[in-house]
Design a protein around this ligand. Structure first.
Ligand SMILES: *[C@@H]1O[C@H](CO)[C@@H](O)[C@H](O)[C@H]1NC(C)=O
Ligand SMILES: *[C@@H]1O[C@H](CO)[C@@H](O)[C@H](O)[C@H]1NC(C)=O
Ligand SMILES: *[C@@H]1O[C@H](CO)[C@@H](O)[C@H](O)[C@H]1NC(C)=O
Ligand SMILES: *[C@@H]1O[C@H](CO)[C@@H](O)[C@H](O)[C@H]1NC(C)=O
Ligand SMILES: *[C@@H]1O[C@H](CO)[C@@H](O)[C@H](O)[C@H]1NC(C)=O
Length: 374
């Protein structure tokens, strides 16, 4: 009798584990190939090669500075955006019905004080959260991404952590009510978790976000450094400004590799050299070249190189390409660098990669390289 009972229990236990294991396996997120589409690029949404990606992210939604609701039409530029919001998901799904879409909120031009005030007040946070969920559902998005790059105080970080916690609770309850899948919640974060004497809210990120987009670029730029630099160096033996340093720092803070999605910049920077013959990495410069801020899409860099027949130099210490055209020094990532970074992400067991941004690619060469398709 005792024997029989325990064998029934064993069988039950076995089935319990089987079901639990299968649930876990089916819920585990597989390798992410994400890309941001930026409305300012004016790249036609219908031209995005969705088949190369698992996730496409609309950038950016703003905030209404009075109500703290997600804003789509507070000024004329954004009125124009409303059209894009309503068609984005259905348009990109035509070429890839299984692609998942997210709205990113904020971005480089977002008003610091509006975001800082929003996160500091629980009633504003609730307004924001409710409006974000409503808009995501209204326009057929499956997730929301916070891109608040100017957060710069210890209380910003604490409050951001509170926002993530309340956001998760709200999407959970909304999913239960609507019997739809829970919205995905993510954030774009600095390449390393630490700011001056404080850090990103790692524990709240771990508990409440599906993953973070690690912005592994802009370590140097011609507007703020007067020497040439690998702006998205994978390694740097002599400083903390590298992707490998940042990823190891996130892991060291206790965020698991399966929450980290690595950023791939599809753009580079052009510096004006002081002396064209002194032209290595770290050479003296006097500011941006070619464009106003020196930033150039991969597509434009490629065009420049072809027009001037410039030689491309590879520096394996930093994992970066650069070329010299007259007194201009241009550093960038090409298909080979992209492949090495994706290999790195796999080797570190990260969750995947994301691309900033689709319009910068040259006939999908970099996106294909990232996806392992060329
Ligand atoms: C939060 O915002 C609400 C609504 O505007 C306001 O009534 C309240 O005083 C604010 N709370 C704090 C702590 O500022
Ligand atoms: C944080 O960033 C904003 C916008 O860049 C700036 O106005 C503000 O002074 C900064 N605050 C601190 C404490 O650095
Ligand atoms: C879910 O339904 C409950 C009960 O009807 C309601 O109180 C709650 O506000 C709803 N939550 C959401 C997020 O819609
Ligand atoms: C770089 O050098 C130029 C020319 O000397 C100067 O105008 C500019 O302010 C410098 N920029 C920085 C970031 O130091
Ligand atoms: C990369 O550039 C640095 C700085 O100029 C130099 O010291 C190093 O030798 C270069 N590495 C390779 C592999 O070219």
């Amino acid at each position: 009798m005792v024997f029989k009972f325990s064998s029934v229990l064993l069988v039950l236990l076995f089935f319990h584990f089987l079901v639990a294991f299968r649930l876990q396996a089916s819920e585990a997120q597989s390798w992410i190939k994400a890309a941001y589409w930026f409305y300012g690029s004016e790249f036609p949404i219908a031209d995005i090669n969705s088949a190369l990606f698992t996730h496409l992210i609309y950038a950016f939604a703003g905030l209404n500075s009075l109500s703290y609701e997600l804003s789509l039409s507070s000024d004329s530029e954004e009125q124009d955006q409303e059209q894009h919001y309503s068609t984005f998901s259905s348009t990109v799904k035509q070429k890839n019905p299984s692609v998942t879409t997210l709205i990113s909120i904020g971005g480089g031009n977002a008003d610091y004080s509006v975001f800082s005030t929003l996160v500091s007040n629980s009633s504003h946070r609730k307004t924001f959260i409710d409006s974000s969920i409503k808009i995501a559902r209204l326009y057929g998005f499956q997730g929301l991404d916070l891109c608040w790059v100017s957060a710069n105080t210890s209380s910003d970080m604490t409050n951001m952590g509170n926002l993530f916690q309340e956001w998760r609770a709200a999407v959970k309850s909304e999913a239960a009510n609507s019997s739809q899948a829970q919205l995905i919640l993510t954030a774009a974060v600095q390449y390393k978790p630490d700011l001056e004497s404080f850090s990103f809210p790692v524990e709240s990120i771990r508990n409440n976000l599906n993953w973070v987009h690690v912005m592994a670029y802009d370590y140097y730029g011609p507007q703020w450094t007067n020497f040439t630099g690998a702006h998205a160096a994978l390694y740097d033996p002599s400083s903390d400004a590298s992707t490998d340093y940042g990823i190891k720092a996130w892991l060291g803070k206790g965020l698991s590799a399966s929450k980290l999605v690595l950023g791939l910049p599809f753009y580079g920077y052009a510096w004006k050299l002081v002396n064209p013959r002194d032209n290595g990495i770290g050479a003296p410069a006097t500011g941006p070249a070619i464009t106003e801020d020196g930033s150039m899409s991969y597509k434009d860099i490629k065009g420049y190189i072809q027009r001037y027949g410039a030689d491309i130099i590879y520096n394996a210490t930093y994992v970066v390409k650069y070329c010299i055209i007259g007194s201009s020094w241009i550093g960038f990532d090409d298909a080979q660098v992209v492949k090495i970074k994706v290999f790195y992400a796999k080797e570190q067991s990260l969750l995947g990669y994301f691309v900033w941004q689709v319009s910068h690619d040259d006939n999908w060469v970099l996106s294909l390289a990232a996806a392992g398709r060329n």
